[in-house]
Design a binder for this molecule. Sequence first.
Ligand SMILES: [Zn+2]
Length: 153
Amino acid sequence: MIVFCEDCGAKKKLSSSQVKNKKVSFNCHSCNYKNNYKTDFPNQTKTTSFKPNFKRIVETTSIAGLFIFDKINGIIENHMPKLLKKADLSFLGNHLIDSHEEALSIFPDLTQTQWEIGKKYLTIKKLNASQYIILACNIKSLPSNVYKHLNLL
Ligand SMILES: [Zn+2]
């Protein structure tokens, strides 16, 4: 990381191990000032793995439910209304994946597609080689918190 001398402003490169408890301390090579101050830099680069909060999404008003579908293994996570049978969901999952992949073959830049089925709006996004998340929403536009969540997946 790059730090600056508090006294003369000279630039100095520090390794992350030289930052302890968000404090940097170094002697300036230019004016010899003993720097010892707080920074906002993290002590070390933490890799915060993002954990999707499906329950929170499902509790959002206008979200009817969501499920994760695997092309090979079928339904992995199911937060859909109970009245939907597993077979219905599998059918829906396969159908949506086909439609999604077809759309992607025409518009490769798409990350998610939305399909209107009945009076529900279904958003599908590919998570990895074989898994997809499918969100059922009562309104056309996804609530902003859900949209943000989806973008992090
Ligand atoms: Zn200095």
